[in-house]
Ligand binder design. Structure first.
Ligand code: MF3
Ligand code: CO
Ligand code: CO
Length: 275
């Protein structure tokens, strides 16, 4: 089995076991899908405040994605029933939107995926509800820095382990921990494709990064220990020690010179505070 496959002629719609090396059509498709996803997060910014329910935010996300002519692909994915995952405070990821009302001081991640012509734009950001304790703000800042340091390490000729290492190093420098139970992933016509992108690792290890690779980086960083558990709803992942957790996610493509971010905020709302 080859580690890589050139999919420039025609991209398979399935996992093949190899890391796909995409061509310009894929980059074009990912730009369009990534833009819809990022615009949807931009549009959510003014709606995230105390008193709103996570279900209302999800309704807005679904409608915005559909209004943009894209598909809210999380609906129906492995039986999931919502357009977004909304993960509040000690929820690490895959929080299910519903009746939960946001309160002053909460931090939350909204993660959504918009599909355009089959291409998956997958992105998430943190949001702060009103005045948030400094301890929580610091976690959010460092988690954003972890994502961007990971992206800086995503250069052709580098290795996948360089990305994980850059993230882990920064998180641990601040005495935070990196969640190990969830990974970034190849993305494109397939939602969750090869390779797994670990958010920890050793430099110079793992597959070589080559132009045409398209994947997400989506570190989950905890104030406390890295352990997570899944609640009885079979989706919601929470920190075992109930410490706060934060996450940011971009979909990126490796170019000849570095990485292109497909899910950049058109409004420049990359990280809180958004005011
Ligand atoms: N968007 C998530 C990721 O970053 C996956 C969510 S799957 C869902 O890979 F079904 F929970 F929506
Ligand atoms: Co993802
Ligand atoms: Co996501």
């Amino acid at each position: 089995m080859n580690l890589y496959v050139d999919v420039t002629p025609a991209t398979p719609r399935t996992r093949t076991g190899a890391i796909k090396l995409h061509g310009p059509d894929a980059f074009d498709g990912m730009r369009r899908a990534g833009r819809v996803a990022a615009e949807t997060l931009d549009a959510l910014v003014p709606l995230v405040k105390a008193g709103v329910s996570t279900g209302e935010l999800d309704d807005f996300a679904r409608e915005a994605i559909v209004a943009a002519g894209a598909v809210p692909i999380n609906i129906g994915y492995n039986g999931y029933r919502h357009a977004s995952c909304i993960s509040v405070n000690h929820v690490v990821c895959h929080g299910i939107p519903g009746t939960k009302i946001l309160s002053e001081g909460d931090i939350l991640n909204i993660d959504l995926t918009a599909v355009v012509d089959g291409w998956h734009g997958d992105t998430s950001r943190m949001f702060l509800v009103g005045e948030v304790p400094l301890k929580a703000k610091r976690l959010v800042d460092v988690t954003y820095e972890c994502l961007m340091l990971g992206i800086e390490a995503a250069v052709p000729g580098g290795r996948l382990g360089d990305i994980g290492h850059a993230i882990q190093r920064h998180a641990e420098k601040h005495r935070y921990s990196v969640v190990r139970d969830f990974v970034g992933h190849g993305v494109g016509l397939v939602y969750h494709d090869e390779p797994d992108v670990h958010h920890y690792g050793r430099p110079g290890t793992g597959p070589e990064l080559r132009p045409g690779m398209i994947f997400t980086i989506e570190p989950m960083i905890n104030i406390g220990k890295p352990g997570v558990k899944i609640l009885d709803d079979d989706w919601t992942a929470v920190t075992r020690d109930r410490s706060l957790s934060a996450q940011f996610e971009h979909s990126i493509g490796i170019t000849e010179t570095g990485a292109e971010i497909f899910t950049r905020s058109p409004k420049g709302l990359h990280r809180p505070p958004y005011r």
